[in-house]
Design a protein around this ligand. Structure first.
Ligand code: ADP
Ligand code: MG
Length: 347
């Protein structure tokens, strides 16, 4: 594996009190993987990355790179680079010189610098802009220069800490696809830090979802979304509906209907994603979970409609429905409707 963390803890002393920024993180990141650390602000993502890069020493635990214990090895000896949200380009230098800087410092022969910088600018799609200064470039182009500069000395892993945070949504989405392409092309391990679930879901081979200094789930995007391991993960990723109550005989009686919770009894909480729910006026198949309600809002969102449906007991359920080719609204505000889903789609 490329990067291993073994029960890593980081404590800071803040105003005389011990703050645990990272409370015991164990990770095993494979060579060539696009790996994301996802979680809300303050959960310990940056601190974790800084320990991988060597800018911070763990209070406890081990950091290994390519099988070697580097816990006490300084950053410049780790064969790893880091890219930040603030691109930190040299403003007075051209694009070419910014990218070539590290190679020049290492006294790489001119001919090799020429070849490698040229190659890297082609990969990040900046060929023809070699002579420009950073301020003559868009935010997305500046970020690509920063990326080229971090990749040109061929580190074995690249750490990216919220690198697209300063870009607007459209550009960010375009750069997500670009980053994935670049990673595939250079074949280097990328560890990507973000608080943006869409970003993590779009690009990653695997995601570690962090909360309060700990990893709550480590899995592929699909599993994280379809099978969140904890209530925190379910709430943090995507939109979910939570239904709670006392179950008897594997059913939760709620909203004039039933929620199937096979094998469960007592107090239960059920999560169901908005796009797994069918909205309609006909009484659903008895093999499904089904509840009754009244449509309180309909929002047309282009590729899908979003419905808010109020149940008799006050709970509100969100439903997303794909717009079909012959799109006609299936429900309108004030309509009395059935909501149904298969038991395997709630958890
Ligand atoms: P994230 O990158 O997920 O937003 P950080 O790793 O930056 O989170 O911070 C995690 C926690 O550790 C936060 O509560 C933060 O205030 C605290 N922290 C980070 N760096 C320091 C420091 N140098 N001194 C004291 N507390 C810190
Ligand atoms: Mg951070």
């Amino acid at each position: 594996s490329a990067i291993e963390l073994e029960d890593v803890v980081k404590e800071y002393l803040s105003h005389g009190e011990v703050v645990q920024a990272v409370k015991g993180v164990t990770l095993d990141i494979a060579e060539g993987e696009f790996f994301s650390l996802l979680g809300p602000s303050g959960c310990g993502k940056t601190t974790t990355m800084r320990m991988v890069a060597g800018f911070e020493a763990p209070t406890k635990g081990l950091v290994k790179l390519h099988g070697q214990d580097v816990t006490n090895v300084p950053p410049n000896k780790r064969d790893i680079n880091m890219v930040f949200q603030s691109y930190a380009l040299f403003p007075h230098m051209s694009v070419w010189d910014n990218v070539a800087f590290g190679l020049k410092q290492r006294r790489t022969p001119d001919e090799e610098i020429g070849r490698r910088v040229g190659e890297m600018l082609e990969i990040v799609d900046l060929t023809g802009r070699e002579k420009r200064r950073p301020r003559e470039l868009s935010g997305g182009q500046q970020q690509r220069v920063a990326l080229a500069r971090a990749l040109v000395n061929r580190p074995r892993a690249l750490l990216l800490d919220e690198p697209l945070g300063a870009l607007d949504l459209k550009l960010r989405q375009a750069m997500q696809i670009e980053l994935k392409r670049i990673q595939r092309e250079v074949g280097i391990t990328f560890v990507y830090v973000t608080h943006d679930q869409n970003e993590a879901l779009t690009m990653s081979d695997r995601i570690a979802v962090m909360n309060d200094g700990l990893v709550e789930q480590l899995a592929g995007p699909r599993e994280i979304y379809e099978r969140p391991a904890t209530a925190f993960v379910a709430g943090f990723i995507g939109t979910s509906n939570l239904l709670a109550g006392a179950a008897t005989g594997g059913e939760l009686k709620i909203g004039g209907g039933r929620v199937l919770v096979p094998g469960q009894s007592g107090d239960v909480t059920v999560t169901v994603r908005p796009e797994k729910i069918t909205i309609g006026t006909d009484e659903p198949d008895p093999g499904c979970s089904a509840v009754r309600g009244t449509v309180s809002e309909v929002a047309y969102l282009g590729t899908y409609n979003s419905y808010a449906v109020s149940l008799a007991d006050g709970a509100e359920i969100t439903v997303f429905q794909q717009n079909a080719l012959d799109a006609t609204a299936t429900a309108e505000r004030g309509d009395s409707v059935w909501l149904s889903w298969q038991a395997r789609h709630s958890y």
